[in-house]
Structure formats: C-alpha cells, structure tokens
Design a protein around this ligand. Structure first.
Ligand code: 6GU
Length: 238
C-alpha cells in the first residue's frame, strides 16, 4: 500500500521514517510513504498556505487551493484513494479504522494546522475526517504518524509473527496481560509465582485474570460489550 502525507512540516517525519518497523517495511517495499510539502502547490511568491477566517476570530485557516491541487496531483483515480483529513473534529481513530485503512491501496493524509482547515476540504475532497483522541494537538503531523504506524503493522508480513497482531488488545476486547522478565525478584518485588511454574494452563489463567483486572481498572468501557470476550473471560468476570 501507499501513503502520501501533505504537511507544511515535512521534516517532522524524518525520524518516523528512519527507525524500526516503519523503516524496515519501507525497505522491503511492503509500504511506500511519500512526504509532501503543501507549499509546493502554492503559486504565489511567498508560498502562502493560510489566510484569515471569514467572520473574524483569532488564528489562521489553511486555504483550500493548495490542498485540492496537491491531492489531485498525488492520487490516481483508478486506485480509489482514501483521502483522510486529520483534525480534532474527526471520527475517533480506533483499531477497526486501522484495519479498514490497511486494506486500501492508497491513503492520503492531510495534516491540519493552525486553527483549522477550510471546511470545503472536509466536505468536497476528503473521504473521511479522523481525530486520534479527545485532546488537541497543535497540528495533524503526530496524528499522521500514529495512523501510519497502526496501519503499517497490520500489513501482511510486516510483523515477525503473523498471529501477534491478532492477539493484541482491542482485537480481543480486553487489554493485553502484563509481562515480566528477569530478574525474578527486583528490589524486593517478585514476579508472580504462577508465571514461573512452567504450567501452561496455570500461566494462561493468570494472564487472563490479570488482563481483565487491568481492563476493569483503566478501561471498564471495553467490558460493557461482553460479546467480544470469549467464554472463559465471561466466566472469570462473573
Ligand atoms: Cl488529527 N489533529 C489535531 N490537531 N489535534 C488532534 C488530532 C488531530 N487528534 C486528536 N487531537
């Protein structure tokens, strides 16, 4: 699949592309990522991408023309691209949206900036508007990296172990279980004894209980839909 990112801060993405899973996936041609400077689609001498909002108010708004031109230049109509506008006003991003995007052949990510983006981009150019959570960032760039990371790790053969992406939190309806490594006792704090028994049934039961306990404490909302849990989890909760 291919991502094209539209931003006024292309350098923001240098570290993201240079490390870890994302770098490896690009090298192996499992994903292509193009980072594009919105100013390249301005025609004026000062490459102006923003303007003052109609109706007054503080702050500046990203102009529609460079964004429309850029998206039209970057997309190939036959690839039926997803055009995603990243703003705090969008639909909240989750694992099912990551899965949906991982099945697209091209995704354009438009990073919002300043106090907003001319609404005609959301209405007449973007196919979806996405927020990564209920807080305000000063721009969509970190959100674009979040979306790409979540999607890229779902692509075929990107993660070492093919089942690992399926077993994770949000796929199973509960948070992941806690993990420990050596030493067995650190500053007087012992690793749970069940994990040292070598008894796989006992380890599995401990992991389920511990995962459900953490989910109840931090994300009880995940447990209101018990149809996503399996039979063993449902029994442990009652
Ligand atoms: Cl996508 N953009 C901005 N500016 N703030 C956000 C966001 C996006 N998602 C959550 N907060």
């Amino acid at each position: 699949m291919r991502f094209d990112v539209l931003t006024i801060f292309p350098a923001f993405f240098e570290g993201f592309l240079a490390y870890g899973i994302v770098r490896r996936a690009c090298q192996r041609r499992q994903v292509e990522i193009g980072i594009h400077n919105l100013r390249d689609w301005t025609y004026d001498r000062h490459q102006v991408v923003d303007d003052r909002p109609y109706g007054g108010e503080d702050g500046m708004v990203l102009k529609p023309e460079p964004i429309f031109r850029a998206v039209e230049a970057l997309t190939h109509r036959q690839s039926n691209p997803s055009v995603v506008l990243l703003t705090p006003q969008g639909r909240r991003f989750d694992q099912s949206m990551a899965q949906h995007l991982s099945r697209q052949s091209q995704v354009v990510l438009i990073c919002g900036r300043y106090e907003g983006v001319d609404e005609r981009v959301a209405e007449h150019l973007a196919t979806e508007e996405i927020s990564i959570g209920d807080y305000v960032l000063s721009g969509g760039e970190p959100a674009a990296m979040v979306v790409m990371d979540a999607v890229i790790r779902l692509l075929p053969d990107v993660l070492g172990n093919p089942t690992s992406a399926q077993k994770e939190s949000f796929q199973t309806g509960r948070l992941d279980y806690p993990v420990y490594t050596r030493p067995p006792v650190y500053r007087g704090h012992a690793v749970p004894a069940e994990l040292l028994t070598g008894n796989h049934a006992e380890i599995e039961l401990w992991r389920r209980r511990a995962a459900l306990r953490k989910t109840l404490r931090y994300r009880p909302d995940l447990l209101t839909d018990q149809t996503r849990l399996d039979e063993i989890d449902r029994r442990l909760l009652t």
